[in-house]
Design a protein around this ligand. Structure first.
Ligand code: SF4
Ligand code: SF4
Length: 108
């Protein structure tokens, strides 16, 4: 089980969650952040701090955002398990599913 970052993060990337993660497993892609499914320790610390409620426990991810689970997992197919997001910084790509989304508007 893991936590998942869903659509509200796309093109927003507020990054409040990164500060909370005790194991530094929230990685930054071009348009969204991604939680490493194997490195996440399911502590739940990130979920309440996301200002747009983009983070869900795997089983609680809303039906319309189920594909984001796959996106968070498959984003790491090439990266493996780097063991820490901060040393990588911005990863200049996204999962193809997220890369193909139209630009997301955020009412601020
Ligand atoms: S706090 Fe929410 S919107 Fe901000 S980067 Fe994390 S998941 Fe994305
Ligand atoms: S649940 Fe905990 S370990 Fe997993 S991404 Fe959120 S803060 Fe990090």
């Amino acid at each position: 089980m893991t936590y998942v970052i869903a659509e509200p993060c796309v093109d927003l990337k507020d990054k409040a969650c990164i500060e909370e993660c005790p194991v530094d497993c929230i990685y930054e892609g071009q348009r969204s952040l991604y939680i490493h499914p194997d490195e996440c320790v399911d502590c739940g610390a990130c979920e309440p701090v996301c200002p747009v409620e983009a983070i869900f426990y795997e089983d609680d991810t809303p039906e319309e955002w189920k594909d984001y689970y796959k996106a968070n997992v498959e984003f790491f197919d090439e990266l493996g398990s780097p063991g820490g997001a901060s040393k990588l910084g911005l990863i200049e790509r996204d999962h193809p599913f997220i890369a193909a989304l139209p630009p997301q508007e955020h009412a601020e």
